[in-house]
Design a protein around this ligand. Structure first.
Ligand SMILES: Cc1cc2nc3c(=O)[nH]c(=O)nc-3n(C[C@H](O)[C@H](O)[C@H](O)COP(=O)(O)O)c2cc1C
Length: 479
């Protein structure tokens, strides 16, 4: 038997990531070069500049609309469009907010008016009328009788019971209600029965920012099975693609996600430490120092009462400890007046930098203009009032990190997962060690190219098991 290595993809130095990894329909549907998404980062950290850079490079990304007023999102969409032209592929994050549901509807009005043709839908527990409206209002009949889908949905999900709603057609009751209120046409309501709610469902494992701390090894295969089961039952023609997110900061992790069966991958943490991200240089310097274990779990400000969690940078900031302390007080005390005097002083001086009374005044002014019923409830419920005051700290601490108030570094809230430390180690000693050179598209290209090389190398190793090791020119050329 011939013992020479079997020729394989790694002998072709011109192989690109898209030749090897993921699902090609992802590239066609989204008009991009890689089965890769740079996931949204709220408050404009996934900034206009960041989206433009990626779109120009043919890489899909989503503007970080979470936590921003609709008018600010509108101006971002126009600026991005002007820079990338009508064919540039990008989207906007539709982040579900249980606290301010009206904003979700307003954002969908804007997305439809501006003809934004793809969204990253996240934090949904169940499909809302606003989300369904976005999807269904983009349906039309094609000349050959097929259904044209104008509004693409990538849903980011960490739980099977949520994922199953996105694999199936939109909820019939919601569709009927939208039809009844004249927000979609009868034809769109009919077509809705034949398409899944999402084109892509991304399984989000332990990640930076909001996280259920799931494990990709269990989530991705389960989502694939669930997708197939629901497709068999509903007889939908469109195959929903499965993505993987959470913990991807190295080419090895990306290659593993594709080996697990992901049709595409989505990254988050690593894209924050790039010149284009809308957060301060001080924060980026801190992120560039992070190692694998320099992250910690803290309460999530926007879902404080529900006990939701975020993963944040621990190194260089005391935010996680302080936020956990606030949550503990919320859990155990009946209201603000019950906070022991020493604790109150420490919180006001070190955490908040102002008095609790001043914060309540500011908070009440905001809610009076946005959700007056919340205010009425808070006046009658001391624990609710306490939660609203504590939530102010979460907005404030994010703002400090975005603005780069170096004297307030101890309070910086920087969302970040272990992928950041892994990327710092991967890039050490390379041209991208300095974050100022880690342009977000360069990082994506490099991650995907090296992942493809690793993927092919592993396949070669299997094919050539027991034979002479094959040369790996593709990977060597990247170093
Ligand atoms: C700073 C930061 C802010 C984020 N903000 C949002 C957001 O507003 N909406 C959202 O859907 N996901 C958000 N995410 C999650 C990312 O889009 C992505 O799903 C996640 O970071 C992937 O996991 P990784 O951090 O392990 O790469 C954020 C992540 C980070 C690091």
């Amino acid at each position: 038997m011939d013992a020479s290595p079997i020729p394989c993809a790694s002998d072709r130095p011109s192989s690109t990531a898209s030749d090897v990894l993921g699902d090609v329909s992802f590239l066609a549907d989204h008009g991009v070069r890689h089965p890769y998404v740079a996931g949204a980062m709220g408050k404009g950290i996934a900034s206009e500049e960041w989206v433009v850079r990626l779109a120009r490079a043919g890489i899909l990304s989503f503007f970080g609309a979470g936590g921003l007023p609709v008018a600010r999102v509108a101006s971002a969409i126009r600026r991005i469009r002007a820079a990338v032209g009508p064919n540039g592929s990008f989207g906007v994050n539709l982040l579900h907010s249980p606290v301010l549901p009206a904003q979700e509807d307003e954002l969908v009005d804007l997305l439809l008016a501006e003809q934004v043709d793809r969204i990253e839908a996240s934090a949904f527990v169940r499909a809302t009328p606003a989300l369904v409206r976005y999807r269904v209002a983009g349906l039309a009949s094609g000349p050959d009788g097929s259904t044209v889908i104008r509004n693409r949905v990538i849903a980011k999900v960490s739980r099977p019971e949520v994922a199953r709603q996105f694999f199936a057609p939109p909820d019939g009751d919601i569709v009927r209600a939208l039809l009844g209120s004249g927000r979609i046409t009868a034809e769109q309501a009919r077509l809705a029965q034949g398409v899944p709610l999402a084109d892509d469902v991304c399984a989000e494992a332990d990640s930076g920012g909001h996280t259920d701390r799931r494990v990709a090894y269990t989530l991705v295969p389960h989502f694939r099975r669930l997708r197939d089961e629901i497709a068999a039952r509903t007889r939908l023609r469109q195959r929903v693609r499965i993505g993987a997110a959470g913990g991807i900061g190295t080419p090895e992790a990306a290659a593993a996600a594709f080996m697990l069966g992901a049709d595409f991958i989505l990254t988050g943490s690593i894209n924050q430490c790039t010149p284009e991200a809308g957060i301060s240089e001080t924060a980026k310097d801190m992120l560039a120092q992070a190692d694998l274990a320099d992250v910690e779990i803290a309460p999530a400000g926007d879902m404080f009462e529900l006990g939701a969690k975020v993963q944040v940078l621990k190194r260089g900031s005391l935010f996680a400890g302080r936020a956990n302390r606030l949550y503990e007080l919320y859990r155990t005390l009946p209201g603000l007046d019950a906070i022991p005097a020493d604790d109150r002083r420490e919180i006001e001086e070190r955490y908040f930098g102002r008095t609790i009374d001043a914060i309540w005044q500011e908070t009440a002014d905001f809610y009076a203009g946005h959700a007056a019923s919340e205010l009425v409830e808070a006046e009658a419920n001391p624990r609710k009032k306490m939660a609203m005051v504590f939530r102010w700290y979460f907005i404030h601490s994010s703002r400090l990190a975005i603005d780069g108030r170096a004297d307030q570094r101890a309070n910086f809230q920087i969302h970040c997962g272990p992928a950041m430390g892994a990327a710092n180690r991967w890039l050490k000693g390379t041209a991208l060690e300095d974050w100022r050179r880690r342009h977000v598209d360069v990082l994506a290209d490099r991650l995907m190219q090296e992942a493809a090389a690793i993927f092919v190398e592993r396949l070669d190793a299997v094919v050539n098991r027991g034979r002479q090791p094959a040369p790996t020119p593709m990977r060597a050329s990247l170093r």
